[in-house]
Design a protein around this ligand. Structure first.
Ligand code: AMP
Length: 132
């Protein structure tokens, strides 16, 4: 069965897309810890990150590095943090979260509120920063 993320990759469910290539896809988390919270996923649907084949695993992190650099260009922050959870969506993914305080890394705190326009503009800005 297709995961919600596979449906996003296929365009069956909308997303605030930042970038994609043949094997990976990056988009804004719909319920962000902080503005710019991004998910990077392999197109290959595998539940657990550490079950990915070696090549996909390595290339995912190389791609994630590029996305993180673009986020840092757009979002003023102390640094971009990386978290792996996967308790909600059984499709391997990496969370990239702009961090200013330790609480930005917490998934329990009140979430950042963005309008649809803000999501669209933010995804476009980070996407553009990936090319520059
Ligand atoms: P986890 O599987 O625990 O790492 O959490 C899954 C993450 O995916 C959460 O931060 C959700 O807010 C996010 N998420 C779930 N559905 C969507 C969606 N349709 N678009 C963007 N982000 C999503």
């Amino acid at each position: 069965m297709d995961s919600i993320f596979t449906k996003i990759i296929k365009g069956e469910i909308p997303s605030y897309k930042i970038s994609e290539n043949e094997n990976f896809f990056a988009f804004l988390d719909i319920n962000p810890n902080a503005k710019g919270h991004t998910l990077v996923i392999p197109k290959k649907q595998v539940d657990k990150l550490f079950d990915l084949d070696e090549q996909t695993y390595t290339e995912l992190f190389a791609y994630t590095k590029k996305v993180a650099a673009a986020i840092e260009k757009v979002i003023p922050c102390n640094r971009v943090g990386l978290t792996v959870i996967g308790l909600e969506v059984p499709h391997a993914h990496v969370h990239l979260i702009p961090l200013n305080t330790m609480s930005d890394a917490s998934f329990s705190k009140p979430k950042a509120q963005l309008s649809q326009i803000e999501f669209i503009e933010l995804a476009a800005k980070i996407s553009k920063a990936m090319d520059s």
